[in-house]
Ligand binder design. Structure first.
Ligand code: GTP
Ligand code: MG
Length: 192
């Protein structure tokens, strides 16, 4: 898939700045530094669409990306970042709650997890949050390029066990090798 018109529409600090469109919106969530922004860049085939940083917790606001006037990706701040203040954590919670509770056109959640690690409590909470708001969830196990051969199946099974989802529904992904790009698009397109 080639992205003809992919652009950051707005980095929104609050509800007043959410874009005024009716495009279906797919939310990207996951732990801080897990590879959410890289995922957006990889599947749109645009190296610098979303900001990728080595400093965890760089994405602070809700970033709305228009994908060919067909859908929006909403890149949200990563959670579980240790160096965040209580106040920032509260603001993050309010911003997400406001979005999930009030944004009509949200169609699904793409939860990005690190394929090397067991999903965290926060990942489980995020899935439950999406279920509560009747959103379908896609799970992407990223950084798959970092796994040794004998870890691949084992780690996918672990992720499926912790998130209580069938292992077939978890997509192995790598922003380095582009593994999983087609599978991810297929699932995303089934959301809307
Ligand atoms: P925040 O917005 O800060 O929460 O981070 P993020 O989840 O958007 O992560 P980001 O895409 O900025 O990537 C974090 C780091 O992981 C960067 O150094 C990326 O180059 C690296 N990274 C992301 N995806 C992959 C992957 O599939 N494989 C490898 N090897 N590295 C990756
Ligand atoms: Mg990011």
């Amino acid at each position: 898939r080639t992205c003809n018109k992919c652009e950051l529409v707005i980095s929104a600090p609050d509800r007043e700045s959410w874009p005024d469109t009716t495009l279906p919106e797919v939310v990207l969530a996951g732990r801080s530094n897990v590879g959410k922004s890289s995922f957006i860049n990889t599947i749109t085939n645009r190296k610098k669409l979303a900001y990728v940083g080595n400093t965890p917790g760089k994405t602070r606001l809700l970033n709305f990306f228009n994908i060919d006037d067909e859908l929006m990706f909403v890149d949200v701040p990563g959670y579980g970042y240790a160096n965040i203040s209580k106040k920032q954590l509260m603001q993050f919670g309010d911003m997400m709650e406001d979005y999930f509770a009030n944004r009509e056109q949200k169609v699904g959640l793409v939860l990005i997890v690190d394929s090397r690690h067991k999903p965290t409590e926060d990942d489980v909470t995020m899935i439950e949050f999406a279920r509560y708001h009747q959103m379908n969830t896609i799970v992407i196990a990223t950084k798959f390029d970092k796994l040794k051969k004998n870890e691949r199946k084992k780690n996918l099974l672990k992720i499926s066990e912790v998130l209580e989802l069938p292992v077939e529904s978890i997509i192995p992904f790598s922003s380095e090798t582009r593994l999983g790009v087609d599978a991810a698009w297929k699932k995303i397109e089934s959301l809307y």
